[in-house]
Write a protein that binds this ligand. Structure first.
Ligand SMILES: [Zn+2]
Ligand SMILES: [Zn+2]
Length: 306
C-alpha cells in the first residue's frame, strides 16, 4: 500500500466531484426524409408532427479533479462560461434539428436530436473545455439520458408511477413476531403508497434515429409488465409473486427488474437499474448489471493526482 499524504492547505490535491446545472428551452422534430409520412408517424408518433414541439431541458454537468490551493476543483465562473458558450447560448430557444450540423438529417450521417443523441453531442463540445465525468440531460422530469463518454453507449431513464397497498409480514410467523420485525407495516389490513419507478436502460445510440431503443416500446413494456398489473392492487393478494415473497420496496424493485430484463433485451437495450421510491423518505435501487453511473473512489483519486 502506498501512503498518500494530503496537504492540509484547503484540501489541495484531494479528489472531488462537482455538479453544475444549466437550463435551456428548445424544440425538435423526429422526421427522417428516407421514410414516408406514414412510416415517420408510425415510428415516431406525435414527435413526427410538423413543425415540431419543445421541451424545457435541464442539464447536469459533473466534473472531477483534485482541489486547487483555493479549495476548488474548478473556478465556477469558468465552468459557467464554458457551459454557456458551448451549449446553452447555442441551443436556447433554437430548433435543435437546425442548431447543430450533427442533427441535419438531410445529410446521410445526420442524426435525430433525441435526448441521448443531444447529451452525447453536448459531451463532445464540453469535453475539450471541462474535466467532465458524466452528463445528465432531462427532457422532462420523467425522461432523462446519462452519458459518460463511452462512444455510442448511453443510458436512458423513464419515470412512471403506480399506487398500491401492501402488508409486510412473513406468512410463517405470527402477528406479534411480524410486528416485531416490520412494525406498523405488519398491521393486518395493509396500507398504501404512491410508488415512483425509474427504469434505466443502457444501449447504443443509433447513428440515424439517435435512439438507444424505441422509447414508446420501452414505455409500453413498463406499462404492460409493471404499471398495469400493480396499479390499484393489494400487492400481497393481487400479484401472485407477492403471496410468497414479502413486498418490501427492495423486493418490489427486484421483481420489477426480473420482469423487465428479458423484454428490454428484446427491444435492443439492456436493463441497467431500477429505482423504486416508496415515499419521500425511502427508496430502493437494484442493478441488473455492473453499476456505471457512479464514480469509484480509486478512479476519482487517479483523476485528482493526474
Ligand atoms: Zn420531444
Ligand atoms: Zn409500506
Amino acid at each position: 500500500m502506498t501512503e498518500v499524504t494530503f496537504s492540509a492547505s484547503h484540501g489541495q490535491g484531494r479528489g472531488c466531484v462537482i455538479h453544475r446545472r444549466a437550463c435551456f428551452s428548445a424544440s425538435h422534430r423526429y422526421w427522417l426524409p428516407e421514410l414516408s409520412a406514414d412510416d415517420n408517424s408510425a415510428r415516431f408518433g406525435p414527435c413526427a408532427l410538423s413543425p415540431g414541439h419543445g421541451h424545457n431541458y435541464e442539464l447536469i454537468v459533473s466534473m472531477a479533479g483534485g482541489l486547487d490551493a483555493n479549495g476548488m476543483v474548478l473556478n465556477l465562473s469558468e465552468v459557467k462560461h464554458a457551459i454557456r458558450s458551448e451549449v446553452t447560448e447555442q441551443l436556447d430557444f433554437r430548433f435543435l434539428n437546425e442548431a447543430w450540423p450533427e442533427f441535419d438529417v438531410a445529410k446521410p450521417d445526420g442524426c435525430l436530436p433525441t435526448t441521448e443523441a443531444l447529451v452525447r453531442q453536448i459531451w463532445q463540445r464540453l469535453r475539450p473545455h471541462l474535466p467532465i465525468t458524466a452528463l445528465r440531460l432531462y427532457e422532462q422530469p420523467g425522461l432523462w439520458a446519462d452519458y459518460i463518454g463511452n462512444a455510442m453507449d448511453a443510458f436512458l431513464t423513464i419515470r412512471t408511477h403506480f399506487a398500491a397497498a401492501h402488508r409486510l409480514a412473513r406468512p410463517e410467523l405470527n402477528q406479534e413476531e411480524n410486528e416485531s420485525i416490520y412494525g406498523k407495516c405488519a398491521r393486518p389490513h395493509g396500507h398504501g403508497h404512491n410508488y415512483l419507478v425509474d427504469v434505466t436502460v443502457r444501449g447504443k445510440i443509433d447513428a440515424r434515429t439517435g435512439m438507444v431503443c424505441d422509447l414508446s416500446a420501452l414505455q409500453r413494456i413498463v406499462n404492460d409488465l409493471v404499471v398495469e398489473p400493480f396499479d390499484h392492487t393489494f400487492l400481497n393478494k393481487d400479484v401472485p409473486y407477492f403471496s410468497e415473497c414479502v413486498p418490501t420496496a427492495e423486493n418490489i424493485a427486484l421483481h420489477i427488474a426480473d420482469r423487465l430484463t428479458t423484454p428490454i433485451r428484446a427491444i435492443g437495450a439492456h436493463l441497467h437499474k431500477v429505482r423504486l421510491q416508496e415515499s419521500p423518505n425511502n427508496a430502493a435501487e437494484v442493478y441488473a448489471e455492473t453499476p456505471q453511473l457512479e464514480i469509484m473512489p480509486e478512479a476519482l483519486q487517479a483523476m485528482a493526482t493526474h
